[in-house]
Design a protein. Sequence first.
Lengths: 321, 321
Amino acid sequence: MDAKDTRKARAGRKANDVKADLIAVVVAVTDGHPCVLTIGQANALPSDPFEFDHRSLQSGLRAWVEQQTGQPLGYIEQLYTFADRDRIGAENPQRVISISYLALTRQEYARDSAKPCWGSWYDYFPWEDHRSGTPPVVLDVLRPRLIEWAQGAPEVEARRERQRRAAVAFGFDDLGWNEELVLQRYELLYEAALIEEAARGGQHAGALAPMPGRSMVADHRRILATGIARLRSKIKYRPVVFELMAPVFTLLQLQRTVEALAGRLVNKPNFRRLIEQQELVEETGETTTETGGRPAKLYRFRHAILDETVIAGTKLPLARS
Amino acid sequence: MDAKDTRKARAGRKANDVKADLIAVVVAVTDGHPCVLTIGQANALPSDPFEFDHRSLQSGLRAWVEQQTGQPLGYIEQLYTFADRDRIGAENPQRVISISYLALTRQEYARDSAKPCWGSWYDYFPWEDHRSGTPPVVLDVLRPRLIEWAQGAPEVEARRERQRRAAVAFGFDDLGWNEELVLQRYELLYEAALIEEAARGGQHAGALAPMPGRSMVADHRRILATGIARLRSKIKYRPVVFELMAPVFTLLQLQRTVEALAGRLVNKPNFRRLIEQQELVEETGETTTETGGRPAKLYRFRHAILDETVIAGTKLPLARS
DNA sequence: CCCCTTATAACCAGATTGACTATAATTGGA
DNA sequence: TCCAATTATAGTCAATCTGGTTATAAGGGG
């Protein structure tokens, strides 16, 4: 396991070479719709083979997505690196590593209008939008099928286990909805074969009941789920929402964007208090009447805040001060 | 950018094949010392070329580290995938992708005692241990050198900017120490050429003053910094500390482990309250007198908690209930 | 038997949070 | 013009959480 040893060993076996792909989850929010950039028939995330001349992963992705969308990317973050391609047909003899990224931008139509398009991510995950209460698909479709799946386990213990997992993931039995469990929910549905992608292996090749949500190529929907989960978590402790906003905005517009991402409604007065006390925004002095009733103050993001207090803080009960 | 297109295109250019390495940050805590598993002259993290027959990255790493350390790994999490190897001499014509992982275990001597060894991570980052107050190296060595570095900027604006960055990262000017900024501090020191790794490029090849902290091969120290930062953040919202504890432990032992990781002291009564109200532990009924004074109750981790309330919760001010 | 050390319990004030109520300023229509 | 509807913004209040301190219990060693 010495560095020299491994280097020497590698030279002999070309078989261990791999392909590397970059896959991007590019997100924008337009009037209440959290949108994701897709290609093809809106069933694939944009991806690009990793080129040798990329100076780094991050910069390579940035340049490429900016060229694709004609829009500067505000924020990029690495999501996850996938290599277990068990779920895809193993027709490809060479191993592929997918390095996935989350990128935030504002929606703009791409130059090459032929290919890329924006679509609400709730088209792919209709069970994730709880802004108007629990969506019907959860109670009418998923719940009965998940109960059925749980009953299908051979042993009593396994049945209980499945039921508990479903209840936690979807908030059954008054456990409450947790909007961050996007990936857990997707994987649970996959395991229960309630997701179209799960049927591709050929095991469940028969004619099945229609499955909820628009499917995607390969494991792209899983990657999208990872991105949504990450973003829903991140907006709570980092001011990344502003990357999705226009330069000036009203507090309600900001709130609507957060709600679109979280898939839940938030309490208006408390949301305002939260934003103001964190000093994340400053008034522009202008107001807008385009919102309907009383004119709303316009705000802009205080970019200085990024330098000042880099991180929210602690949850450890530190000693002395 | 269609899936078929890229597949077709790839077939023609073998040049874009890459090597993939797995690199592991394996952590254990032994009586107050946060230890990391190293190889060589304790200057490299264990790494392994990614094999074709690994079923997945995670399982491959788990099997390999368990074989290396003779110890079951409790927890594994992907850290980051690095591909920008600018910092290393570009002698290698082929691109290498490093997929790094964080793994938690309890310390045990490896079977093959020749190679792997455990060392305190504060040997590599002496400025990160604030349990006995701000360490001397920060005030006596780093601060003057960082000020010097800041003054070395050509323009006034750049000087201010450097000073501010140093102050935020190290808590100068009463900004307060933030233990999570491990990576930012390392990269700042690297940029200021106060890190041995930064001098390897040959730019600063002259005889230099000794630099703080034990250095590592390639960018391994940067990866270790990433792992420490991730762990320091994670212990605050996920019960991962218990992966580092013996099956039964006293609350003070648990506290000392957290303190070792965070590099800071915590308030004892408040720490106890935090642990108890989260119902993370249960009493075994036993006590131990090995701790010195009054016998301490022994506790064990409630594994059931992992199923029950998967995630701490929200910071969004949600509406209604 | 006293002192020292560690463990455990109880307490209190200030800050934060969740939920609700009241008032202000527009637009659009009667 | 004036009223109703709509949206914005300010304020209140109790419950909870947090940081910190103090007091008491239970062992070991001189």
